[in-house]
Design a protein around this ligand. Structure first.
Ligand code: PMP
Length: 342
């Protein structure tokens, strides 16, 4: 891992090298050290800047993206934001397909980067209208009209995603903890973070437990525990959960997996910001809930690491909206009602 330069002369150099922050409440509740990589400090506000950079560097190295060419990707938003910022920084156009159910804040962030955003209906992966298939077809059509003009980033099945997490996120965690780490846990969307960090840590110490915190509505916890892709319920979290095994997730070294309900994860989002000053989004709530479960599994005195993938304020209209929370049967903290009287 190259150290962060004193002065970054390109946006790419400002990605990664994120702080590892001790979570006071989760640590006190478990008697373990619960630590989290604060990924919202990346230039695009999420861990997916790493994915965007890893995919882009790989494409440039392999000659898949010509100067001034077009990046095409299907995304829940965060990867698109990373790609669009890097595209602006490196002279590429960016075209994004995205389900229309994603937060207004992410859609707006994409629009101001200059990316062309195409909102599509949220349908299962098996449906040809799924945003990932639409992005692939769009790149194919552009390449038919002008060969070599477009590159489909393919974050779900392009394992340059996982490899970049292995080389950056995983190595950073090993170095920041000085190798004193008993477990790593997170949710997955593409699987890049969990598989990459899992591989980096297991290669250095196979005793480190790797765990999946899966949101309700995702089929992966069931897949890890029983071999069967089975989903129940749903979640308000964005960017995580899957109905299929992606190339990035496939073969990830996972020891434990749990399905985590919003009633368990969302209170963590509220406690983190209100009691600890940590602005972390819905997937981070799932990750912290998973870290607490892993700590209980490993016992007092252990050190657990997770990631805070992005900020809660990226979902202001959902996570801090009493009416929205009530509608989803989720607990509404009293301070939130006072802050936003209806
Ligand atoms: N949290 C958020 C907020 C995300 O946007 C994503 C990526 N879609 C993830 C977690 C999951 O990360 P990964 O794709 O590496 O599994």
């Amino acid at each position: 891992m190259t150290p962060r330069p004193a002065i970054a002369t390109a946006l790419a150099e400002a990605i990664g090298h994120t702080p590892l922050l001790r979570l006071r409440l989760a640590s006190a509740r478990t008697g373990c050290e619960i630590l989290a990589k604060v990924e919202s400090v990346n230039p695009g506000g999420s861990i997916k800047d790493r994915t965007a950079l890893g995919l882009l560097l790989d494409a440039e190295r392999r000659g898949l993206l010509r100067a001034g060419g077009t990046i095409v990707e299907g995304t829940a938003g965060n990867t698109g934001i990373g790609l669009a910022l890097l595209g602006a920084s490196r002279g590429y156009r960016t075209v994004i397909t995205m389900p229309q159910t994603q937060s207004r804040e992410k859609i707006d962030a994409l629009r101001v980067t200059g990316a062309e955003v195409r909102l599509v209906p949220a349908v299962p992966y098996a449906n040809p209208e799924h945003y990932a298939h639409q992005a692939r077809r769009l790149a194919e059509a552009m390449n038919q009209a002008d060969p070599g003009s477009a590159w489909f980033a393919d974050q779900f099945d392009n394992t340059a995603n996982r490899d970049f997490h292995e080389a950056t996120t995983g190595v950073e965690i090993w170095e920041q903890t000085g190798g004193r780490i008993d477990g790593f846990v997170c949710a997955t969307g593409t699987g890049g973070t969990l598989a990459g960090v899992g591989r980096a840590l297991k290669a250095r110490n196979p005793e480190i437990a790797i765990a999946l915190a899966d949101p309700a509505g995702s089929a992966l916890a069931s897949y890890v525990n029983t071999g069967e892709l089975k989903a129940e319920g749903g979640s308000i979290s964005e960017g995580i959960g899957s109905s299929r095994v992606t190339a990035n997730f496939d073969g990830a070294p996972i020891d434990l997996a749990w399905s985590i309900a919003d009633t368990e994860s969302v209170p963590w989002v509220h406690a983190l910001i209100h009691e600890e000053g940590i602005n972390a989004g819905g997937s981070s709530g799932v990750n912290v809930a998973g870290a607490v479960r892993l700590a209980r599994e490993l016992g007092p005195g252990c050190t657990i690491v997770t990631v805070l993938a992005d900020a809660a304020t990226r979902y202001q209209a959902k996570l801090f909206n009493p009416a929205f929370l009530r509608d989803k049967d989720l607990p509404v903290p009293e301070w939130l009602v006072r802050a936003f009287p209806e």
